[in-house]
Write a protein that binds this ligand. Sequence first.
Ligand code: 6MZ
Length: 380
Amino acid sequence: MAEEIDFQAMPKIELHAHLTGSITRRCLHEIWRGKRDAGETDLDDPLVVMPEGRHDHDLTTFFPLFSSYIYRLINDLPSLRHSTRAVVRDFAADGVAYLELRTTPRAVPAAGLDKRGYVRAVLDAVAEAEDELGAGRIRVRLILSVDRRNSLDEAWEVLALAREFAAPALRRRGDGEDDGEDDGHGSSGGGGGVVGIDLCGDTSRGDVSLFTPVMRAAREDAGLPLTIHFAEAASTGTDEELGTILDWRPARLGHVIHVSDRIKRRIIDYGRQQDGGGGEKGPGPLGLELCLSSNVQLKMIVGSFDVHHFGEWWRVEDGPVIMPCTDDVGVFESPLSNEWRLVQQYFGLTRDDIVALGRKSVDVIFGGEAEKARLREIMW
Ligand code: 6MZ
């Protein structure tokens, strides 16, 4: 019998959550009802399009869900702000103490929002939600996503926005100064809260080497750490793609599913180097963001939770820092507390293992040293 642990009460860190995918069906439904009553939408009810409890998406239906439905519903400033605040509140209610929310800047021309306006609106809504919830209940930072389907120009635009809205600590780092006291609190009126760059989107598409100049500039010139979706689909977990991505010197990798033993070895070696294994002090350990329910529901792995690669990475001695993440809790309906429960159930982690793993993930957050210190105080 597994030990009884109150995973909701456990202070948790969520590092891989896509904003739009984190909006619950209930929240989408509320927004839809308001618009329908005002005669502003002819879309079908989200509870019909995405029935609760029905998890039958795969790669071919999952990504179009955003472009053909959710983005058409969240298409003005009030719905963007309402849904963003709801996402933050939902994570807080699940006991998340620190959240790195990622989103792809998107223009909403009908609402007069360009990509810059989108990022500002998200930051403002995040700050409002943090304030509503009260001091220190949850801290939220933003990661801006480049989509694999983007052009190079679009990727440069994401980087420019990330620099403009970078958290103050990162701005200083980008200027080549020390990582001083982090006051990159999202409640600075939307003035600064971006802490990193992500590469996401349909993993079966695109040649990532297109983005090399942007990723280099993000890390080297802007001081923005990188987290990269890697090997989510079988077609992309190649040596070549991994080589390109590791050359960007990412701080974290997401998913890491379809990796051969050789690639796994390279990831472990890279992680040790990052962590100063080469003798000199490195930039810090490599983090792997592992999304169990997402991978199982989207059939990215063959089989179920018991064969999820979390189990393998967990057994690597002196390996990267691993952590369970939700990915798109609005679609997969498995909150972070449940992802931890799955990890306990399927891989036999004891309470001590769980507490140690939770505390270790503090080392790989992008939110700066002051936030790490705060988290070390409150984590179990
Ligand atoms: C890759 C994903 C993803 O950016 O509008 N996204 N990219 N793999 C995944 N695993 C399932 N889940 C979501 O949030 C929605 C966008 O995040 C990316 C997709 O590009 C999706 O359009 P934002 O906040």
